[in-house]
Design a protein around this ligand. Sequence first.
Ligand code: GLU
Length: 404
Amino acid sequence: MTENYFDGVLKNIEKIKAVMNLNDQEVELLKTPQRIHQANIQAGGKSYPAYRVQYNDARGPTKGGIRFFNDVDEDETKALAFWMSLKCAVVGIPYGGAKGGVRVNPKELSEAELEELSRNYVKAFSEHLGPWKDIPAPDVYTNAQTMAWMLDEFEKIKKQKAPGMITGKPLELGGSLVRDIATAQGGVFVLQELIKKLDIQDPKIVIQGFGNAGLNAAQILGDLGYKIIAVSDSQGAVYQENGFDISALIKHKQENKTVVGLGKQITNEDLFALECDVLIPAALGSVITPKIAETIKAKIILELANGPIVPEADDLLHQKAIIVIPDILANAGGVTVSYFEWIQNITGHYWEKPEIMSKLKKAMTKAFDELYHKYQELGKDMRTAAYVLAIERILKAERLRGRV
Ligand code: GLU
């Protein structure tokens, strides 16, 4: 992500200050994370900087993923934790926001070292975590296995079972059905609502990134009969004018570890500039710069990744009348099913897939309707509307607690 990632957050808060007429105390509260935890943790004899930022807990225990990635630092973790606070508020789930990470290249670690790193992360921060304090989940380069190691370590330290301390777990350890595809599925539910509103027929879709979110989005959209004309991963981008056969594409990715090799190979710049209806950035942050935004021809951008558009590009896209469904709604399906997982853990009552799918659809559609209403009321871009909606809810909780 970009160097001064949190600066983007501060700029956005200033923008919202004017829209919402916030006072200085409210602005200060929004700009300040409540708690920043930092530790150096060991794996394979080496030490790595680790973070957990609990940004705002007015609406409930803090919630958010942990990533293992090269560019993790305090600044980025703060920004991501702020967005989690907004995300939970936008979908109306009773959590505050947090985020964690370790600055490490996970591809250089063996399985045993990844386990050591995961366990040491929990050892470092265990007193700050728990089902009624702060609940981690997977994020970039962490998965159900990572969550399993973290849960096991936490339970060892606390000497009791505590499945609700972490979500995105394997089913065998109290995970939830649908959690694995929840981010993509939630995004598709809101996309379908907007496609209906704009009355777009036979939408042509481009997906940037083919990890958990991108691959599952392709699968779900393919099953709905939508045409996916281009996809990419870290190895490159491919294009198929009449739309890919999604099962063949996924099979190719699984066998070759890349989408490259099917269709016509194009550059990443070409991918963003394609004639299409929907563009789905589903990989890392800050990929859509003003230069890239200039070339985009899509009508809708669905931000399945966190922070894929840099703030300067945002304004440009709005001027071009491209509607951006912001990350804090577009990818909120993940944390919404995390919330369902946590409910199942604390009640001990487990749900079937159709029940979870219908609850997810209801939550995402309701959040979309509320956001769309705010978007029309304000006459600004959808991200601004989402920030306003979320900040209103957070500040209402803060006021009730007497903190502002
Ligand atoms: N890491 C995911 C996100 O950014 C999921 C968070 C969660 O489930 O708590 O939304």
